[in-house]
Design a binder for this molecule. Structure first.
Ligand SMILES: [Zn+2]
Length: 382
């Protein structure tokens, strides 16, 4: 390393250049921190040894992990997110516009350089995105993730990362095959040689290989030369389709989604979030996503078996769940509000089909009345 520094010094002197010693650092890449580091000197001035270094906006850590790089992006993204939230609240912007602005203004900050570090664990980014989505819905931190994505019709940020990484690989591969002399293409060529011929473990390439296999595009890896029209769209669509399958499984498997799975059929931004005033949106969102204190949810914390979480406001001896309070609880106050706010069609002979129809109705007036009714129920029960 010292030889390299001496060489740099000589080179600069020959060409009449000067090196900024404050910006010059020495970095080591190893599994653990190296002890007994020798002193490095450039032009008689000691050079600092650092364990991480920001190069072209991406933080490189000594251990070859990008966890700290993602943390750094999240820290910068945090400022942008809260500034965005403040402005959106001030201007009272609708929820779809807020989501769009988040994707246009904060996503690029979070995803900066993700083509390089996107193979690492992306939990920290997912948590960041979910925090914003939960703030929009004003629901508990413990709300099941599938409900949050489902209500807002949003895909996880990891899909964007994986898509960008694969598109970057595809672009490099095409340029390499066209004989481009770029440094990045030469590096890919070298990586492929090391990976295939010498069986060197390269996490970035392994990730590309695994992703292509998962997406049913293994032939691209085998040939490393075929072109696919609209590669980005193909990858994005397949990633989204796979996510939707996982989402459906989650909704059907999660015990908290027992009611949710009755009325949640389509993965889309729910209409009530677009047409209701903010206060009513929040009430209905809380009711739909089990952010309430109805016995079916609240008694979980006291380890009461599910079939014993009964309504204590009437003598019907029925489960105190959303369906009971919407349609059959005989508490006087609830009955009178129900008469005022829920149409007779739903009140007479209620069943799962009518429950689904009511929760998915498109009429703004009906949704507003439903939100008022659930707000009344939640105030009474808690
Ligand atoms: Zn009841």
């Amino acid at each position: 390393m010292q030889k390299a520094l001496d060489g740099l010094d000589r080179y600069c002197k020959n060409w009449g250049l000067s090196v900024n010693i404050e910006k010059t650092k020495i970095g080591f890449f190893s599994r653990g921190k190296i002890r007994n580091i020798p002193n490095f000197v450039l032009n008689g001035v000691p050079v600092q040894v650092v364990w991480d270094y920001v190069y072209l906006g991406v933080l490189f850590n000594y251990n070859n992990k990008f966890h700290n790089a993602m943390k750094r992006q999240c820290l910068i993204g945090n400022r942008a997110m809260f500034s965005l939230i403040r402005k959106c609240r001030k201007l009272n912007l609708p929820i779809d516009v807020q989501l769009d602005l988040f994707e246009k203004c904060v996503h690029p900050i979070l995803l900066y350089g993700c083509e390089v570090w996107g193979y690492d664990s992306l939990d920290i980014l997912s948590r960041f995105q979910l925090r914003f989505l939960k703030m929009l819905l004003d629901v508990y931190k413990t709300t099941p993730t599938c409900m949050v994505y489902g209500e807002l019709g949003r895909y996880p940020i990891r899909i964007e990362v994986q898509c960008q990484l694969l598109v970057y690989w595809y672009k490099l591969m095409k340029e390499m095959n066209d004989g481009a002399n770029k440094m990045s293409c030469l590096m890919l060529k070298l990586h492929l040689k090391l990976y295939h011929v010498q069986n060197v473990k390269l996490p970035w390439l392994s990730h590309v290989n695994t992703m292509l296999n998962k997406l049913g595009l293994s032939y691209l890896w085998t040939t490393q030369s075929l072109a696919v029209s609209g590669f980005k769209n193909v990858v994005k669509q397949r990633l989204r389709d796979q996510f939707l399958q996982e989402w459906n499984t989650d909704v059907n498997a999660n015990s908290l989604c027992f009611n949710y799975r009755i009325y949640k059929k389509d993965f889309c931004l729910e209409r009530y979030l677009l047409c209701l005033p903010r206060k009513l949106q929040v009430k209905l969102a809380k009711f739909r996503t089990s952010n309430h204190k109805l016995p079916i949810h609240q008694h979980r914390f006291f380890n009461v078996p599910r079939n014993e979480r009964l309504c204590d406001m009437c003598d019907k001896n029925e489960l105190g769940d959303e369906f009971h309070y919407l349609f059959s609880c005989t508490d006087e106050s609830i009955v009178s509000e129900r008469r005022k706010l829920i149409s007779p069609y739903y009140r007479s002979h209620p069943n799962c089909l009518k429950y689904e129809q009511l929760m998915n109705c498109k009429s703004k007036i009906k949704l507003m009345k439903l939100a008022r009714f659930v707000a009344h129920v939640m105030i009474l029960v808690c």
